[in-house]
Design a protein around this ligand. Sequence first.
Ligand code: FES
Ligand SMILES: [Fe+2]
Length: 416
Amino acid sequence: MLSREENELLTLVHAGTPMGRLLRRYWIPALLSEEIPNPDCPPVRVRLLGEDLVAFRDTQGRIGLLDEHCSHRGTSLFYGRNEECGLRCIYHGWKYDVEGNVLETPAELAGSQLKNKVHHNAYPCVEAGGLVFTYMGERDEIPVFPTYAWLGVPQNQIYIAKSLLECNYLQGLDGDCDSAHLNFLHKMFKPDARREFLRHEDQSPAFEIDEMDFGFRVAAIRKIGPDKSYVRISQFVMPFIGCVPVGREVDGKLDGFKAVYQVPSDNNNTWRYDFFFKWSKPMIKEDSSKRDFVGADYRKLRIRNNYLQDRQIQKTVNFTGIEEFLNQDACATESMGPIVDRTKEHLGVSDSYVIQVRRFLLKALRDLEAGKPPPGLVYDSGKADFSRIRCDVAYLSSNVSWRTLFEDKSSETGKA
Ligand code: FES
Ligand SMILES: [Fe+2]
């Protein structure tokens, strides 16, 4: 349970709010690379942290992310002409480059200095792993771009499912920090080959949670013999990434995992990116079946129709009567309403990780107010090491701690 004030602190993300300020200190996903696939292709609208923006890829392949409304008199640049290294407004032809410089004001008299007096708001972008990331904060506080392991694998070993979650990002994030729901919301009544890890489900796991500089590391430990444990390690990475071990194991090792980004579009909507990858081999067609559950605008096809819940399937096939885990997650979180009233919750032991993550975020807000840098950010590229941010599974002797899997890195601040 949170106070009304705490709930507002955590959930409101528009410019000028405390959480809006915190989130603007991080590199965050803005869109998929494939939404602007080629130089001079049509621009797309991007709503991010309550701001209306337009993304385009210029003639040289550079990406621009500009305020949607033209600095001249406000026409949407979404309708603009993407040509010759700039985006040109259709109303009077003002042309902008990817940095927001006004290149031309063709309706003005020759020699006009107007274009030199105006700067259009633009955010820097970096492309990695099939995503376009942006930084929306002050330019003198820009951190090193975090090259997480999953952003460095070949593109054909990556699959990203993008969808619009029609509620506040914290409801999505709460779900990512809540493994208790796996055995209910996502339960199949028949064994599901895709969820190999549930074969150990009858041994209810013990959880060990370490607070890290970047968020949390969580180990779910199941005893599978007198002297053996099966450990699954997840991570929460600031500001809204949940890394979970999914996918097949190859020789007892996890062949990739999933990083889920819950990116606020505005206070009431969230861009959810499920970033799957394999270390060893390309994705195959069946890996990408999750794409079928959204339309071209990434809105779910099942939402206004009660997620096409089938009461017969609910009796015989799965716990919800709803197909596809992303729809199941969406139903659970969207049906709370746009921003759930957390003053009315009744939290139990199974919510302890959710509680810790919320506390971590509240502390980050307080620290930011006090002038301290946000957690997990690196400002010196010589000190950047993102390799320790990863999921794992391991079969360990009972006298061996799972923490030894991460011991090679000395810069950790985890508390045992
Ligand atoms: S409104 Fe865009 S050029 Fe006039
Ligand atoms: Fe889920």
